[in-house]
Write a protein that binds this ligand. Sequence first.
Ligand SMILES: CC(C)(COP(=O)(O)OP(=O)(O)OC[C@H]1O[C@@H](n2cnc3c(N)ncnc32)[C@H](O)[C@@H]1OP(=O)(O)O)[C@@H](O)C(=O)NCCC(=O)NCCS
Length: 129
Amino acid sequence: MTKQERINQSETRIFKAVFPNTTNHYDTLFGGTAMQLMDEVAFIAATRFSRQRMVTVSSDRIDFKKPIPAGTIAEFIGRVTYTGNTSLKVRVDIVIEQMYSDHREKAITGEFTFVAIDENKKPISIFNG
Ligand SMILES: CC(C)(COP(=O)(O)OP(=O)(O)OC[C@H]1O[C@@H](n2cnc3c(N)ncnc32)[C@H](O)[C@@H]1OP(=O)(O)O)[C@@H](O)C(=O)NCCC(=O)NCCS
């Protein structure tokens, strides 16, 4: 498989209904919950790309552009945007989708860096899998 094919096939999407157990007192998705789910979808995309043990080494800037209201659907999309030697970057976008219309808009964007590690927790090539 080419690198581009691996990037395409490892794109990962998680949908969540924004129910009250994930919201704050403004009735919007709590930022910490959003970041946890972003790290999770990024981790899955990184793992599906490399098929190695991956650990988060860094999270880059996360932009919260729009609040995500309770009663909407949030889609988390993780896609590999950069590949190094032992590390890669995954961009995560969160898209708000209305339940009762087809309207969608981007709400949050962030980037996470992962490193592939061996049994001794030392960095190894992301392309060995
Ligand atoms: C990940 C870890 C093994 C890397 O070890 P290290 O000694 O820093 O590794 P190196 O300096 O050899 O760098 C390895 C790669 O990571 C990249 N890297 C290291 N620190 C980075 C950072 N803060 N931001 C972005 N990239 C980073 C390097 O550029 C290098 O990339 P490349 O091989 O693609 O060029 C080590 O930092 C670690 O164990 N961290 C804890 C991870 C963890 O517990 N995460 C939370 C739970 S999943």
